[in-house]
Design a protein around this ligand. Structure first.
Ligand SMILES: *Cc1c(COP(=O)(O)O)cnc(C)c1O
Length: 495
């Protein structure tokens, strides 16, 4: 069965998966959604025996139906190889009564690698399939992790260029150094004077600018996106939820058909939406716990039915979740109103205009499997210390948001269902916050000064990604104001 993709705002004909990947965002500003939701074609028992790569094929073929078996397997095998430091690709660590699904074993040590190590291959394959002659320019806004992971994936990939915008004061030192030292002639990084929402809105505005697109075409370029709005990111992220369930079964941690819940530290709502898609495929997931940091716009939304971005943007110790406009929520909104694109477009227009919208009772009922929670800065810090003291396991600040929320909800509700917590970054990426949570404030000059101490505490080998930036040369120096993003893109591309 062929799956086609439609815009959540309705202003466009349906397209194939490969076209949706190339376009990134629909021309009407909406996001692409599969017209129908597939189901897994093989049993969990069979999946339990499969490798990550085999599982990836079983899941991704259901969504990317215009890719041949050979094309898809080729993309998968090129993505999930020795770039990952474990053959399991996404191992489960059992600690403190939960299962931490470690999604940070790729080359940039954050969960973005799970999708961004395959997106470049999906993109080039899609370009070939659709006879695209122009050079593809990947334009990306990052809250710290996407930028590096996307550049690592696209660096020196023929026929592509990548431009990353990040908030100057909104990322950790390790994240910033990872980006600024990125190699590859086709990579550019720009620090903007603004926050992540400014970067993301700026990128979306460029995508939606018809005149800009024409100008690009005249110079032999076309845009695409590596942000989580691209279905080429969403689909690979579904894989690890299927894989995690199958592995729990294989290790006899759960019985056949036993329901589990997932808890996901959330920013742009991409990772948790992938878990929701896994549930639709047939994985017995009951509840999806959406964990926010102090930027708790999603918690308030699930609590009240009103999404309201009119609030102060806070900088927290989990910068990759410092977001007030969660783009992928639009996909859930669209589904919750019965795929009514007109209704969804109206709500998104309200968000763009007055910064808020309210959904009706039916839509809220549709979302009953989602539960919001949030953790304050001190709760995050206490959670890191507590898990370490009780178990010796060290988690990063993002994972700690989910861990704290999960523990509180379970205690409140006397809920004993087995829970998979998405562990989205290596603690080495946020070494200062992690070490100071465990040992108290040390106020060392540089974040990198905490690396060796973290190694002593955790006993976990220092990842290559961290060793590399200690001595690498800074290659990128561009900065601009949020309002200057279009001119900056022109300058980088030379027109
Ligand atoms: C991106 C990111 C998140 C948030 O994921 P979303 O898909 O945007 O909800 C959480 N933790 C880390 C470490 C990230 O890099």
């Amino acid at each position: 069965m062929n799956v086609y993709y439609k815009s959540t705002r309705g202003g466009e004909e349906k397209v194939t998966a490969s076209m949706a990947i190339l376009k990134g965002l629909a021309e009407d500003g909406g996001l692409f959604m599969p017209e129908s939701m597939p189901k897994l074609e093989i049993s969990m028992e069979e999946l339990a025996k499969m490798s990550y790569q085999e599982t990836a094929y079983e899941v991704m073929k259901l969504f990317l139906t215009d890719f041949t078996e050979e094309e898809l397997k080729d993309c998968i095998n090129k993505a999930y190889d020795s770039k990952f430091d474990t053959e399991e690709i996404a191992p489960l660590a059992k600690a403190d009564g939960a299962y931490y699904l470690e999604l940070f074993h790729g080359s940039t040590i954050a969960f973005k690698d799970m999708a961004l190590s395959i997106l470049p291959h999906l993109m080039i394959t899609s370009a070939k399939k659709n006879q695209v002659e122009k050079e593809i320019v990947i334009l990306t806004a990052t809250s710290g992790d996407t930028g590096k992971a996307a550049m690592a994936g696209f660096a020196d990939v023929k026929g592509t260029r990548i431009i990353v915008f990040y908030p100057k004061n909104g990322v950790s030192r390790v994240q910033e150094l990872q980006m600024l030292t990125q190699k590859g002639e086709n990579t550019s990084v720009v620090a903007i004077d603004g926050n992540f929402d400014d970067a993301q809105s700026g990128v979306k505005a460029i995508f939606n600018d018809r005149e800009f697109a024409k100008e690009m075409a005249e110079h032999g370029f076309q845009f695409s996106s590596a942000n989580s709005i691209n279905i080429g990111r969403l689909v690979p992220q579904i894989v690890y939820y299927v894989y995690a369930y199958a592995k729990l079964l294989a290790y006899e941690e759960i019985a056949k058909d036993e329901p589990i819940q997932v808890c996901v530290p959330t920013g742009n709502f991409g990772n948790i939406l992938a878990a929701y898609f896994a549930k639709q495929l047939g994985v017995p997931i009951t509840k999806l716990i959406c964990a926010s940091n102090e930027n708790k716009v999603l918690y308030d939304f699930f609590q009240t039915g009103t999404y309201d971005r009119n609030r102060e943007f806070l900088l927290t110790s989990s910068p990759s979740m410092d977001i007030l406009i969660s783009s992928n929520l639009e996909r859930l909104i669209y589904l919750s109103c019965g795929s009514d694109a007109k209704k969804n477009a109206e709500l998104m227009a309200e968000l763009a205009g007055k910064g808020s919208y309210t959904i009706d009772a039916d839509m809220r009922a549709f979302m009953k499997d989602f539960e919001g929670g949030f953790a304050t800065e001190s709760e995050v810090s206490e959670e890191i210390a507590r898990v370490y003291q009780d178990t010796g396991y060290v988690i990063d600040t993002h994972t700690a948001v989910a861990s704290a929320v999960c523990r509180r909800i379970r205690a409140q509700e006397g809920n004993t269902q087995k829970t998979v917590i998405a562990s989205t970054a290596s603690p080495y990426k946020f070494a200062r916050s992690v070490v100071e949570s465990i040992k108290g404030k040390e106020n060392k000059a540089d974040d990198l000064d905490y690396i060796d101490e973290l190694h002593q505490l955790s006993g976990v080998e220092i990842p290559k990604a961290v060793e590399e930036i200690r001595h690498a040369e800074i290659r990128h120096h561009l900065q601009c104001l949020a309002g200057e993003m279009p001119q900056t893109v022109r300058k980088i591309l030379g027109f």
